[in-house]
Design a protein around this ligand. Structure first.
Ligand code: FES
Length: 574
């Protein structure tokens, strides 16, 4: 790697500039309490923290930022902590997805505009990981990622409680009369016992793991539980390493390439990871100038079974995964399917990074001949209902519904679904196919509404799953026979907009098809009569977003992608 000198530092353009310009910068950094010895000749490192009291998954980030800064000082750098928009999954409505690209833009422009030579990104709660990495990829300065780490395992009356997954599962039991409201209320304080992101294999665990596979973290980082003292050690090690990375000029463009994304796809299948991962990986790849197609995410393209026995596809939680060997143990187990020649932020390749990695519990990280699910984590479907594709997670679906034909019941919005789901007029039975539309990228910003509720009478009768189809997403912690991301979406006139109650829909996961059994002539008639029905989005950002966002199969990204590769004119101007 090229070695920089202090004269090459980007921050020197601010701090050593001649005349009034340099004076003002030095005067104002002195105002913050720093003297010349603190910053002269040292790489200035942004510590971009998504701490927020509205994001309990990141509530430890104030302390972790101090650990990172300790490492930066120790390695001869100059840390500058910068708050970034935090996308707290539980509280942001209608969805954090609407703000992923706003965070990406904030990270990119904070880097571009400020006297920084490198950055430590602190994220973990779902969209914070792709959002921050997308911005950093676009800017392409030396970058290292500190994953927030999963929270501790939840437990209630002897039952493991996994974020999202078990809240939903036990809610069904509540509706079925199997537990009391008081018992359900007890779980409120038993599930989320510490700082850290959801401890199921939801989007957060998936994306922090994939950030590690892509090379953005120190190896072994993503699986460390948030409250573990080793998480603090990892944070300070990131601080030390980013300073070296600046001298080495080790930027995302030095380790991101198609093979790195291939490794991420393979690990995604073995993790049984979130259905949201393809959207985020496609968006990240496009920002790096790398082509990644939705079809690449079908399990048949990787031939790796699900090995991580973690909820919602499996039985355990991320704390168990960590003690069983974590991501490195899992990667070691599937090393023959990975390109081990690649390296990342630490400059060592995966062959070296996986030395000594082991699996310590074969029930949590299954051997290849005893997988959790043999046919892989994700399936990409096509058909006249989703010509540009849609996705399902068979590992978290009901086996008996993976091939199913039934009459559609159509909901125009989430409110419509909640208002009518228990109406006797609907005539829902176990054969029905629930359709939710107008919730795609343009329609609603893709909220995690895809796991539509089931009617109470069916739950009481023992039904726990129906085929559900939508142009939106579902939480990575959720489960069921749920077809997601149908593209193009209904709000732009995709075929989902043309479905009527009673139309027969056929799902066939084995043949990778989703078919609306309505004649082409009838569909043409309906299309001619179709009119967009979306209300105008509220607020400037939502208006801009709806104007620019791409469809799910293109990563639902608002950025106009550069023709080739990563933009390089990034020295900024002070
Ligand atoms: Fe933050 Fe799930 S709520 S990761």
């Amino acid at each position: 790697m090229p070695q920089k000198t202090s004269a090459d530092l980007r921050s020197a353009e601010w701090f050593t500039a001649p005349g009034l310009r340099g004076f003002i910068h030095r005067e104002r950094i002195a105002q913050a309490g720093y003297s010349r010895k603190d910053y002269e000749g040292r790489p200035a490192i942004g510590v971009f923290s998504t701490w927020s009291e509205l994001n309990p998954c990141h509530i430890h980030f104030r302390e972790r930022a101090e650990d990172v800064k300790r490492g930066i000082w120790a390695a001869g750098g100059f840390p500058l902590e910068v708050p970034c928009m935090s996308l707290g999954e539980p509280f942001m409505k209608p969805t954090t997805m609407l703000y992923r690209d706003l965070l990406a833009m904030e990270v990119e422009e904070n880097l571009r505009a400020h006297p920084l030579d490198g950055v430590v990104l602190m994220g973990g709660c779902d969209k914070t990981t792709p959002g921050m990495l997308m911005g950093a990829i676009s800017m392409d300065l030396p970058t290292i990622f500190v994953p927030s780490g999963p929270m501790l395992s939840g437990r209630w009356r002897g039952h493991p409680l996994g974020s999202g997954t078990d809240a939903k599962r036990w809610h069904d039991e509540l509706q079925a009369g199997k537990i009391t409201p008081a018992q359900y209320a007890e779980m409120e304080t038993a599930g989320a016992r510490s700082a850290g992101h959801c401890q199921t294999m939801g989007t957060a665990s998936t994306m922090t793991s994939l950030a590690e596979v892509l090379g953005f973290t120190l190896p072994g980082s993503a699986s460390i539980p948030a409250p573990d003292s080793r998480h603090r050690h990892m944070a300070s090690a990131c601080g030390r390493r980013i300073v070296e990375m600046v001298w080495e000029d080790r930027k995302p463009s030095t380790f991101l390439n198609p093979a790195a994304f291939n490794n991420a796809r393979v690990v995604l299948q073995a993790l049984g990871g979130s259905t949201n991962a393809p959207i985020h990986l496609i968006a990240m790849a496009k920002r790096a100038g790398i082509t990644l197609e939705l079809a690449d995410f079908d399990a048949r393209k990787t031939n790796v079974p699900v090995l991580a026995n973690i909820k919602p596809s499996g039985a355990y939680l991320m704390e168990d995964f960590f003690h069983a060997g974590g991501l490195l143990g899992l990667m070691h187990r599937i090393r023959d399917a990975l390109d081990l020649s690649l390296n990342g932020v630490n400059g060592r390749n995966w062959q070296e990074n996986l030395e000594g990695a082991e699996v310590f519990d074969d029930d949590v990280i299954r051997p290849l001949d005893r997988p959790v699910y043999s046919r892989g984590g994700l399936a990409v479907l096509r058909g006249n209902l989703a010509p540009d594709g849609c996705i399902i997670k068979p590992a978290a679906a009901s086996e008996h519904l993976l091939k199913h034909r039934g009459p559609a019941i159509v909901f125009e919005s989430r409110d419509d679904a909640f208002d009518r789901i228990n109406s006797s007029d609907l005539n829902i039975d176990a054969n029905s196919v629930l359709v939710l539309r107008n919730c795609g990228p343009v329609g609603q910003g893709m909220p995690e509404w895809g796991m539509l509720p089931l009617p109470e009478n069916l739950i009481r009768a023992g039904v726990r799953d129906l085929v559900r189809i939508s142009d939106t997403r579902m939480s990575g912690t959720h489960f069921g026979t749920v077809v997601l991301h149908a593209a193009p979406e209904a709000a732009v006139g995709g075929p989902l907009a043309l479905v009527e109650d009673g139309d027969e829909i056929e799902l066939d996961v084995e043949s990778r098809t989703l078919t609306l059994h309505v004649s082409d002539g009838e569909l043409a008639r309906r299309r001619a009569a179709w009119r967009p029905r979306q209300p105008k989005p509220k607020g400037l950002w939502r208006t801009l977003y709806a104007d620019r966002v791409s469809q799910a199969d293109n990563g639902a990204d608002v950025q106009a992608y550069p023709e080739k590769g990563i933009p390089t004119d990034e020295t900024g101007s002070c």
